[in-house]
Design a protein around this ligand. Sequence first.
Ligand code: V47
Ligand code: SF4
Length: 389
Amino acid sequence: MPGALTIPIERITDPVVRRIAEKVGKGERLTQADGVAMFESRDLTGIGALADAVNRAKHGDVVTFASNQHINPTNICTLRTTCVFCGYARLPKEDGAYRYTLDQIMAEARQAKDSMTREFHIVGGLDMQAGLEYYTNMFRAIKAELPHVHIKALTAVEIAHIARIEKKSWEEVLTALREAGLDTMPGGGAETFSAAVREEIARKKLGAGDYVGVHRTAHKLGIRTNTTMLYGHVETYADRMEHLQMLRDLQDETGGFLAYIPLAYHPDDNELGKKLGRTGIATSGTDDLKNLAIGRLFLDNVEHIKSHWIMVSPFLSQIALHYGVNDLEGTVVREKIYHAVGAQTPQGMTLEALLKLIRGAGKIPKERDSFYKVVREFDETPTTGDKAA
Ligand code: V47
Ligand code: SF4
């Protein structure tokens, strides 16, 4: 259960992190410089212990997850050649390009009928043929057949794309989508906000100000959203903190973010990976854990920090439950975007495997809905770790 915040000062060896811990203890907000100092510090366990203390004060030992199914309606994308980190997108006539018809979407969606899926996570490319009607028809059809499934769909970048091709405002597009069944929005498309980084990895993508602007518009309409940061490519620690500052500022203004999910860059099968000469896993376990822990500490106004096990492996996500994380990307059915860039993880996880992972960390698993309301508790008391054979 949530409780008082106790700063684990004795577990922190780096004096710089100790000073940051004292600020946290006094309820003072961290600065971007504090964040950079933590990224530079070698005291991973100290930073983790601090993030864990803050997380426990908010969520106790409870770790939530949702049962969701990914649907990627089209991989055709006008930014295919300029988002150099992306391995998923295709040009319209390129091999492997696809755009699902409504029937194909419904065939995928119907898999949720006899399953525990409560959420569809629907994102795709910036396809000139996928305008407002394509998505409003899709959402209406899904809600007509599967009214109990929540629709978390379309990144800020996709919203802005639809608005541009339809010559409508973001507000008009979001309002029409909501009327058709959109419930919340995912956090993709943020990448790293720094203009210099964007110029290098996503030259033509919606800029930081507009990403924030679309989310602000959604929040003002009452549409809650998630947010992300892509890390581990060409960005600096200062870039990461500038990014988190923009997210914290918007959250101060609107309170509309549900969760923050740092996304570890994967270098396979994309131009950027080739340019950087990297393959396999680009980030390190240390950096993955720091991104989660620093997200927890700096984003003091965002309730939920989610680890995306598909990107960082189930085992690292399990350890992350002691580094400030209170939520795991859920059972997930058929993930495609990261598997296009070399993710070696499974494309989904069974409920049993997820429960084992959470319990193995000594935590209490609870299934949640898309607004983080607990919808299912599980009987057994958690173990404090794995049993020897
Ligand atoms: O914006 C693309 C990322 C994001 C690569 O809101 C890559 O609940 C790593 O945002 N290496 C889309 N990442 C996915 C996303 C997301 C995922 C899970 C949950 C939620 C949520 C949101 O995928 C893109 C981009 O940042 N991505 N290519 C790559 N090579
Ligand atoms: Fe298109 Fe998104 Fe890939 Fe960029 S990251 S090319 S916008 S699908």
